[in-house]
Design a protein around this ligand. Sequence first.
Ligand code: ARG
Length: 458
Amino acid sequence: MTKAWGGRFEGKTDLLMERFSSSIATDWVLYPYDIEGSIAFAQMLARIGVLTVDEKDQIIAALAEVRHEIAQGLMPFKDELEDIHMHIEARLIEKVGDLGKKLHTGRSRNDQVAVDMRLFVKDGLREARDELVWLMRAILDKAEAMQDHLVPGYTHTQRAQVVTLGHHLMAYFYMFKRDRKRMQEAFNRADVMPLGSGALAGSTIPLDREFLRDRLGFARLSENSMDAVSDRDFVADTLYCLSMIMMHLSRLCEDLILFSTEEFGYISLPDPLCTGSSLMPHKKNPDALELTRGKSARVFGDLFSLLVLLKGLPLTYNRDMQEDKEALFRSLVTVKDCLGILRLTIEGFAPRRDRMEEAVRNSSMQAVEMAEYLAMKGVPFREAHHIVGTMVKDCERTDRRINDLTFTEIRSYSAAFGEDVNDYVKPENVILRRATLGGASLKEVRSQIDKEKTYLNS
Ligand code: ARG
């Protein structure tokens, strides 16, 4: 078709170019924000006398109709109109005639898309945050229910020291708490109103930017018009936040997958989130968790795409920037879905306490507390470590565990051992005795849970 901004061009746009440059299939989701921005812009134009009150009212009423039409799926999208901004403006002009052509006074699609994207990001971050908080609540409830379930804690995937499943789960709570803060910070940085920057330089028309800021609910105005139309830092910030969430989710998935294997057998995953095998009747596969772990790849990829997209661009707007949308939109959807999946998993998994306790008892993890015991009796820790290490080595040779040893046998390794050593190293006592702040003790985990309940409810 003949170009909408016509005068400068002869003839038609190449059909392949039309399809190639069209972004409507992706950016149509910006329509509520585009219309919100346009309504505020019309109000501002009336304030400064570019539109009469009557003209403004006609434009706003027509824009509200367009919003309704798009929401109902009544507006056909066409490649020739390129993007959501042009579709809305073209439809407005169809409705109110030449008057519609006044709306773009002092505005460019460059500041228009910037404001749309900032409004979108602010909402997107709020939605992701809500999903995240639901997951945090689920983790807190589960941690509370499992605050006294003993389980091995691991380093290098080797049984290391006894902890509780509550403590293990709370570790993820704190990761997600940081993610929540990170999203709030990203939100604050995105909370800047770019309209009035025009194509890149502002305008000779006395646009009331402060009015627009207030109407659109932004905290601040952008301070440099060239920066305002080229800045996509807020998209990168958002993708970084989303990537961190996916990295944390992926690790959580990995723990849950491991713990649900026959080899560990500490938990069983909820049936509705697992699938069977077409060939092996006995299989119950943790697909939801594997998919979440897998989908982290695309979110990291989207962050990377955006950085590469931006890094070579001269100021100011360049069409390359249109490519920011798919990355942002699909990462947001992915993260919200994954957060929902993990919430259902956390709510629904069942612990197998017998298996966890067996793993705790059938291990040499008490070696740590034995060495600590000796250290408290005055044996230098390095020496205590060596003594207990020898004990473990001897046990391995005879296929025993250190808790199979009699007191006399233990005593043969060091005269510093007293009768009370057996009690000192019992897992249920260790978990009571640990004194360090933030450590895996019943008391610490209880107080963390209480504190974090207050945090979530505040
Ligand atoms: N669809 C475009 C984008 O998303 C809108 C801005 C177009 N501006 C321009 N000068 N071509 O980037």
